[in-house]
Design a protein around this ligand. Structure first.
Ligand code: NI
Length: 133
């Protein structure tokens, strides 16, 4: 894709914030940081517009909790059309980390994620949103 150049005027404190972002996120330059911010905004719009998007649901739980894995599997089967892959890692004696890659309408992904995170015994859960475009 062709890259076009344009000038940006920014207040000093905003520019400082941009440079801080470049530094903390290790962007190679300001252009890359601005690109990231624009894309982030577009992705958020896709989610708000309930478009087809992709993402990941991350769950941490104690596998000893009675009924938890059965319930999680039931839910994942109910929503199998949204699930691309599931990775299960045994973190230590008690805890499991599950990463569920998902693609579908934003509202459906949120619905599935909310139901999974609400299962009794889930220690932490989060839906990470991204784009399918
Ligand atoms: Ni495990």
């Amino acid at each position: 894709m062709q890259v076009k150049r344009f000038g940006v005027s920014l207040e000093e404190d905003l520019l400082k914030n941009l440079d801080k972002l470049v530094e903390t996120q290790n962007f190679p330059n300001r252009s890359q940081a601005i690109r990231y911010l624009i894309k982030k905004n577009l992705v958020e719009d896709e989610w708000e517009g309930n478009e087809e998007v992709a993402g990941a649901i991350v769950l941490v739980y104690d596998h000893h909790k009675r009924g938890l894995q059965t319930r999680s599997t039931e839910l994942q089967h109910d929503y199998h059309h949204l699930i691309l892959s599931v990775q299960h890692v045994h973190l230590n004696h008690d805890n499991c980390l599950e990463t569920i890659a998902v693609k579908g309408k934003a509202s459906e992904l949120i619905e599935l994620s909310n139901k999974l995170i609400a299962i009794k015994g889930i220690k932490h859960g989060q839906l990470v949103m991204s784009t399918a475009k």
